[in-house]
Design a protein around this ligand. Structure first.
Ligand SMILES: [Zn+2]
Ligand SMILES: [Zn+2]
Length: 187
């Protein structure tokens, strides 16, 4: 195993700084930095807050929205996890709500998105939705997701829109879009 392969293995085992790696191999920091730069250029690791991490699936930039084809911005992303582990990535709750009608609900294990205020990952099925407000950060009509209903209500005071749970938000979006046909999404 060459040093770069070994570095990947060590990162997986929990090594997270150049210093630790240099100590492990008993080489200079410069040498490790060179290896790390190469690994970074090869797209196998990322450096985040001074730590080295293996590049995860969710860091891969090729992810595009299954509904509209836009690049998925992780801050707004709405992701279904299907039984068996397959994921359906959409760019925002707007596309997430549209995608739902094309999925077999039996096969959907979970829907993950981020609270619009805190950016914390949340289970979308348990969240509060605000559909059709006048704020449109991604697709229109917009949909926002909040962990707390009070946040949704405060947001709606400024920007309008319809507050509901997930399943009502699906119908509301449908109504607003007046979809005549199913949207084909690529899995
Ligand atoms: Zn989209
Ligand atoms: Zn969108």
């Amino acid at each position: 195993m060459n040093r770069k392969e070994k570095i990947l293995q060590l990162i997986e085992e929990g090594y997270s700084t150049a210093k630790e790696l240099a100590r492990y191999f008993n080489v200079s920091l410069m040498t490790i930095y060179r290896d790390l730069r190469e690994l970074e250029e090869e797209g196998r690791i990322i450096r985040r807050h001074g730590n080295i991490e293996l590049k995860q699936e969710e860091d891969i930039k090729e992810n595009v929205c299954a509904v509209c084809g836009k690049d998925v911005d992780l801050r707004l992303a709405f992701i279904y996890i299907l039984k068996g582990g397959k994921k359906v990535h959409t760019c925002c709750a707007h596309c997430g709500l549209i995608a739902y009608r094309t999925l077999n609900p039996e096969k959907v294990e979970m829907a993950i998105t981020r609270d619009f205020i805190t950016c914390n990952p949340i289970n979308a099925f348990m969240a509060t939705f605000l559909v059709g407000s006048s704020a449109n950060p991604c697709c229109t009509p917009s949909a926002f997701v909040f962990a707390n209903k009070e946040d949704a209500e405060k947001f709606a005071k400024g920007f309008g829109g319809h507050i509901s749970d997930f399943s009502e938000a699906v119908s509301k979006m449908e109504e607003l879009m007046k979809l005549g046909q199913r949207v084909d999404i690529s899995l």
